[in-house]
Design a protein around this ligand. Sequence first.
Ligand code: NAI
Length: 262
Amino acid sequence: MAFDVAGRVILVTGAASGIGAGIAEVFAAEGAVVVAADLFADRLDAEAHRINSLGLRGTVHAMQLDVTDAAAVERALDGAAAEHGGIDAVINSAGIFIDIDPHDIDTDAVRRVMEVNFFGALNVCSAATKHLIARKGSMVNLATGGLDRPLPAQLAYVASKAAVVELTRTMALALGSDGVRVNAVAPGYIDTPMIRRNYTLPNGELSAGWEDQLETYRSLSPLHLVGEPSDVAWQIVYLVSDEARFVTGQTFRPNGGFVVPR
Ligand code: NAI
């Protein structure tokens, strides 16, 4: 069977929500052993329970983790490897977005974004390296389509994701001879709590402007689509599978044609 990830141990960060949760579900559907990590234990447990209730071939194991805490990340990965017999892939989906006004830059906010998006991914890649060398596994890091088409308010966000892409490129070069592949995925707009946040009312409902915003996002795609988490997850299944054995150091763009670089 092509793209077979059944039985593989896949650690996904940011798995309580959006793309990370979608990745956990798709890998569980494909029979993987998913270690689902997130800062927020309650939301993560609920998501893991929801996926495990679907009767899929694989399983999801929830693990509370703050990716900015390097020591905790190392303990968590060592623990997961001991419990499940190793780690075959790590997928860095944990991330935050903070609007920055380039005319009045809040450097603390920029640091927070770098801390989670860049250092979080760095901590996981660093702690995962020995485990992935042992299994000739792979890493996948979430970047953003904003790298090709940035908005001013994304100053911190795109800077952090540019750093993630450079981490990906250098780790790919460094670990290739160990048989470890490292790639990035730079999605276009994916319908998740991250892009709904500014339109979510205190009672959890979406404000009137959301439908217009969704239409704006759709209009950016020649397919007239906004992505779903599974659109990103399937790309990552390919990247983790043996069929991608020749693929490393690259940035992939599941983006509905939002940008079409040469
Ligand atoms: P989301 O906000 O729905 O989920 C992000 C998850 O990361 C949350 O569950 C959050 O609790 C977790 N997280 C935040 N800080 C953490 C920490 N310190 N330790 C552990 N977990 C932490 O966001 P979404 O949309 O699912 O985004 C996932 C990734 O994809 C992010 O890296 C984002 O930058 C990237 N992305 C998202 C796009 C979109 O349109 N939604 C487009 C391109 C990239």
